[in-house]
Design a protein around this ligand. Structure first.
Ligand code: MRU
Length: 341
């Protein structure tokens, strides 16, 4: 098994985060010691990727309880602040709400909250391994897989979702190849996915996002696997900007298109993708690269961080409870009721 990278780890009272903004040039860590530190780390993308945000936020809620000094209202206010760090990935709210419920159940017991945060992290890693094993049935010897953004160990509490699938297939001896979209504007594919796969010794070729359609049309892609930031009750998937156009091309050319995500990424309370709040980030992410201006200084920019892929374009959603296939609404409801598919 290829060794794991830990995007987050709770050590001696502080949350140690890989500063993902510096990869792959520098592997440096940032210590978060308060709810505000965790909030800033999520907002500024020191830690990013839906399940990793959820894991970090769990410790943020623990810090919130320590800082609230037994005052339930102050704890809730800090948790509300934490949940506002980024809007799209549902794992943030899912994790903080779970921590709030645990606080109430245990009479605001700090130790119980720290144990719950550790459990959220452990469960995420387990879910990623499980969904990766389930996905083995989809991958054949010699397959070439295309992925977008970074859904690896860095984006989760460990192992990864889409990259977990790829790593598990590789470890099972399947001779696979990967194309990674660079993922403009923040380049998670170039900086993070290419790094993770290279570290794991898995053959990866980096491409500009706009090269994916040509590869698909030329029959060079057998399978597309990527992550998710929020999946609604009808199977629509919010993921990194560029996922939706990829799904259209995949459908046009009959290439299977899978999203891999733990069930903590499913927002059972949201009916459809059009209701998902889509984060818009700083225009300078598009006007500049690494602090260097590449566009007219004040040119207007539209910079949504995510897009929504309609369920009609999705072949299946790989979860730790099985592969969700159409009809997505019915099968997601079965998952909500506790069934395994
Ligand atoms: O803006 P980011 O880097 O947090 O966006 C991350 C993604 O879109 C990932 O694909 C998604 O969170 C899945 S991570 C397992």
């Amino acid at each position: 098994m290829t060794e794991d990278i830990r995007a987050l780890e709770f050590v001696d009272g502080s949350l140690r985060l890989i500063d993902q903004r510096l990869l792959p040039m520098h592997l440096e860590y940032l210590e978060a010691r308060s709810e505000e530190d965790v909030f800033q780390a999520i907002r500024t993308m020191v830690v990013r990727g839906a399940p990793a945000i959820g894991g970090a936020a769990a410790y943020g809620a623990y810090f919130a309880l320590c800082e609230a000094e037994g005052n339930a209202d102050s704890f809730k206010a800090r948790c509300t602040h934490l949940m506002s760090a980024r809007p799209t990935a549902v794992n943030l709210e899912w994790s903080v709400r779970r921590m709030m419920r645990k606080a109430e159940e245990t009479g605001y017991d700090k130790d119980a909250l720290l144990r719950e945060a550790d459990l959220i992290v452990r469960e995420d890693v387990e879910m990623n391994h499980r969904l990766s094993e389930i996905a083995l049935s989809l991958i054949r010897h010699g397959d070439t897989i295309l992925t977008h953004c970074n859904a690896g160990a860095l984006a989760t509490c460990g192992w990864g979702t889409a990259l977990g699938v790829i790593r598990t297939a590789w470890d099972a001896g399947l001779d696979i190849k990967v194309y990674a979209d660079e993922t403009r504007p923040r380049l998670q594919g170039a900086r993070l996915t290419a790094w993770e796969l290279t570290e794991a010794g898995i053959p990866v070729t980096l491409i500009p996002d706009s090269a994916a359609a040509t590869l698909i049309r030329e029959g060079k892609i057998d399978l597309i696997v990527l992550g998710a930031d929020r999946i609604t009750a009808n199977g629509d998937v919010a993921n990194k900007l560029g996922t939706f156009p990829l799904s259209i091309v995949a459908k046009e050319y009959g290439v299977p298109f899978y999203s891999a995500a733990p069930t903590s990424t499913i927002d059972f309370s949201m009916k459809e993708g059009k209701d998902i709040p889509i984060e818009e980030r700083d225009p300078d992410e598009v006007r500049m690269i690494d602090g260097v201006q590449i566009a007219p200084r004040d040119v207007p920019v539209f910079n949504p961080s995510f897009d929504v892929t309609p369920h009609q374009n999705i072949t299946g959603i790989i979860t730790e409870k099985g592969i969700i296939r159409p009809p997505f609404d019915r099968n997601i409801e079965r998952i909500r009721e506790g069934e395994t598919l």
